[in-house]
Design a protein around this ligand. Sequence first.
Ligand code: PLP
Length: 370
Amino acid sequence: MERYFDNAATTKICREASDAMIDALENYYGNPSSTHKVGRIAKEKLEECRLTVAKALSARPEEIVFTSCGTESDNTAIIMGAELNKRKGKHIISSSVEHDAVGKSLDELEKRGFTVTRLTPDQTGRIPVEAVLDALREDTALISLMLVNNETGAVTDIAEISKKVKAIDPGILIHTDAVQGFKKVPFDLKKCPIDMASLSGHKIHAVKGIGALYVRNGVKLKPLIVGGGQESGRRSGTESLPQIAAFAAACRVDPEIEKIAEIKEYLISEFSEKIPEITYIETDAPHILSISMPGYRSEVLMNFLEMKDIFVSKSSACKQGKRSRVLEQLGLKNEVIDGALRIGISRFNTIDDADALVSALIEARKLAHR
Ligand code: PLP
């Protein structure tokens, strides 16, 4: 029986999303930009989906731009946000633990003459509010900080940061990469005065290849992708209505956070009782648990678990063999980093899956000690 614990890399599509996708493929195949009836029906469906995604964030529908993925949303927000606000200055504040979709966008901006302050996290993986305020400069034009870290599950208090920053300097644009945090931790744009937020469908049981960018009304972001002027001129390319419909359907489903958090807590208590040498990073996101069994390399454990049909990842699915930069930033010993496993929990997991994972790790330990 497959036990899938790699939900921070991607999630299994839920029934509601796949039904919505098939419905759109079969019944809303028109081009939303066509002015005839088939196109108009598709356009209506598109706007209905936009409203659903907007509601999930307490945003307005016109503030949602559909993109192809979280990476595109991050690239657009950061590169076009910095370009938009460069009259104010060319200083950007971000962190050293962002996803590469943000990190590489910042590298690109440095090549264009921007200066980036990359804040380092504290030992819990969080970027302290005070560190952001201390880094502010007259010429700060953009702040980009992730809502939830994809490797550790550390949560950034973006609501507090944005309120304080806007009180000091309302001209600074604030972006959050909410790809891992959306529908997992409280994120309500009414309480969080940010300008842009990136979302991705495949992290919430929708489908791969769909993302969204929230752009607060009044922020005149130029498009990164130009062409036919879709998405009110903010992102060209014919909208992929089946993927958008899947995304909207996934937004409507109860994320069952209590259940996910319970499984995380259960794993922590089982590990501390049965495999006390396991260390873990204590973070607030309910769905990510980064553990390490010192003396056991991640790849070896991953392969062992895979033989038992249990799927976890190393610190992040994208790192492919390199030591995690994020875990290094937390000051963890190499031995701990080299044994890191990321457990990504979803509402499709059960306590039985958790028991299977704990038993398999106990077995791995016994084999190694023979
Ligand atoms: N940002 C974070 C924090 C992520 O975890 C990911 C994906 O793992 C992305 C951005 C990129 O999202 P996508 O895979 O939709 O491009």
